[in-house]
Each structure stands twice: as C-alpha cells, then as structure tokens.
Design a protein around this ligand. Sequence first.
Ligand code: DMJ
Length: 456
Amino acid sequence: MLKGSLPLIILVLFSSMAVFAQKDAKFSEEMKQEMCAKVKAAAQHAWQGYKQYAWGADDLKPLTKEPKTWYKKSMLMTPVDAFDTFTLLGLTEEANEAKELILTKLDFNVDNDVQVFEITIRLLAGLITAYELDGNKKFRDLAVDLANRLLPAFNSPTGMPYRYVHLQTGKTRDGINNPAEIGTLMMEFGKLSKITGNNTYYNAAKKAMMLVYTNRSSLNLVGEQIDVETGKWVNSRSHIGAYIDSYYEYLYKSWLLFGDIDFKNAFETHNRAIKKYLISKTKNGWFMHQVDMNTGKMIGTTYGALEAFYAGLCAFAGDIETGRQIQEANYYMWTRFTIEPEEFDFVADTITSAYYILRPENLESCFYLYRLTGELKYLWQGKVMVESILDHCKNEVGFASLKNVQTFEKANSMESFFFGETLKYAYLIFAPESVLDLSKVVLTTEAHPFKIEKKN
Ligand code: DMJ
C-alpha cells in the first residue's frame, strides 16, 4: 500500500457508504409532502410569470419577459398543456384561469401552417384530457374542430401524414416525415373516435402508424426518415431518440388504451429488436446507441435527454430489470453534469450538445420505476433531479432553459411541456398513487392522462 493512501481509502469507503445509505434511506411522508409543495410552488411561480408577461400567448420568454407565439396566431400552448397539471396538483385557481382563457379565446380558424405532431401532442391531447377531466363539452368541440383541420395531413399517396398542414386551407407540405411524427397521433386521434363515435380519426392514424411498422427492416427496426409519398426510407439511422422515440411509446400505449392487439404485436416485435441491437451495457448503466436499421451495425454512441424515456416504457411494458439498468444510465447522465445535457457521448463521456430545455423524460422514467418497484432510490433520484431544476433554472418570472449545463447560462425559453410534463412527473413521483391511477388512465407522450377504454 502506498504511504498515505489509507486515509484516502477510508474516505472513499465512507463516501460510497454514504451514497449507498442515501439511496436506501427512509424517505418520510413529510419529505414527500415537502417535494409536492415545492413542485406546486414552482408551477404557481411559472404560471404567474405567464399571466403577467405572456397572457394569451403560446409561451413566456422568461429572460426578456415577453410573450412567444409559435405561428401567426397564438393557440394557447401553455394554458392547454398546463390545465390538467394544475388540476392534478390541486391548483384549482390556476386551473380555472387556464380553463377560462381556453374556452373564451382558443380558435383554430386561423392562418396558421402548423406541425401536425406538435399540435396533436400538446393541443389535441390537452383538450381531450380537459374534456375527460372537466366534462365541459366546449373542450370536446375544440378538439373535434382541431382534429378536422389536421385530418388533410393524411391525404398522401400512402396515407402517412405530411409534417405540416394549414389549419384553414388544409394545404400540406413536407413529405419527408419520421416514425415519431407519424405514429404519435394514434392515441389522440383514436381517443377522439371513441369520444365522438366517428372512426375516421382512429382509422387514419392506425393506417399511418401500421405503415411504418410494415416498412420495418428485416431486423425489425425503423429508420429516422421516410417519404410519405413513396413509402421509402430516406434515412436508415435507427435508435430510440428524436424522430423515432414516441412511435414505440404509442404502439405500447395504444394497446393499453384501446386493447387493439395489432399494436401489442407490433410493439413486441420492435421491442425485442430494440433490446437486441440498441443497448450498450457499461459500468455507468445501460445506454442506447445508434445503428443502421438494415445491418444492425453501430454508427453512433450518443445518448441524451430524449432517449431517457425508454427506461420507463420498457419497465412499464414488463421488463423492469432492463428499465432499471437504463435508469442507472439516465441518472448517471444527470448527475455527471449536475443537470442532463441534450446529448453526450457515453463512450467518450463528453457532452456533444450542452443545452437543457426543461425536458421531462428522465423524471418520467424515474416515476414509472418508482411506481413499479417501490424502491426508495427512485424517490432520491427524483429529489436530486427536481431540486437541481429548481436551483438552476428558476428566475424571477418563471423557469428558463439552459444554454449550457456546464456554465448554467440560461436561455430565453420555457416550453409548454414544462407545465404539461416536467412539473407533472416531478409531482407524481412524490404524490399518493391515488392522484393518478395507472390502471385507469394512460399518459400520452405529453403526459396528458387518457381514460382507458372499456374492453368490448
Ligand atoms: C415532448 O413534447 C414530448 O414528450 C415528445 O414526445 C418529446 N419531446 C417533448 C419533451 O421533451
């Protein structure tokens, strides 16, 4: 033994014991309540900023204290994404303010050329949940009007949707789409069919989604971009990150929501391939890498904030052990940099994209793993992640994205999914299970809970 190394060994031993002890230490009811109170205060703070500086706009720009509108006319992204979160958090006054704004001001007869995926997951889903939670038929009518204006997007030679559609003219553009933007319409359009009795929405979304599935490679993987006019892949990168992620999520969740066996079969086929080709087992946890969809050859080792969702999905779909290992990697990514970066190379252990835009996926997986295992370490993980967001992203009027997680320099954006998802998962980790019963609802990709349809 080197002279003087004994104190160091003792120190390392004690600190690892401390980490181990913290992971398994009791997390009292008072601590859970304290975390819930912190999240509620954060939601109130962010809403206050929106009310004061961006009322009626899509989002608040928290650094310049200005409203942000995505397209020509605001479509109230923040209030629609936030309404059900306020309701679940018991923030009745805030929920009523959001509701009043939506029901008096939201109008889809506007000169907006919109991205079908974003408008579906944030607005259509938010309105459907608002209808199921609140019962006011105006929410349903708004959802139906919006879906009817989005439907022309499916008028391509294959039936897979174009990426953009004009809400007044139905004019479409951008036929180079991707699995996430094609498949992540199924829960919303399908649910609307169940609510209205009109199967047009379900059928259009299912046809499009199953076309992605039938075009899968011989390895049962999908690529990053597909031409909706020819049905040919134009980018064969395969992974579980941006442009693909929620396609897999919606196959599983559409099975849970509708009980349609086609979704289950497709998910299981893909999920076997995901686990076979996309996982890298490292000492820091199991990360997910990039391969070519046709050969399975590894072509990249970047992992990031978006990929983090798969730990929760995989566990929720029955493979808790794989979910657990991937959540180790998720938590490593978070704590390695204090807050997770958008992307890092898990082999070089260096950041490749340094921003953090208040994304929820790491908390989302932590929530599912806690619900499924009851292990206290997920409460501790949740506490660390939530507190680092509160510490580093809060400013005087809301919560700001970070330009760089290494310098903590803030960026002028507070995405509506911070209300819809990040705050909701942050709260649900610590809240009693009765606040959200996973045997009765399925959370959409934007964390809007949809009631599970009764089996026939
Ligand atoms: C959300 O809009 C949805 O979760 C989507 O599926 C992926 N990106 C954001 C949050 O990061």
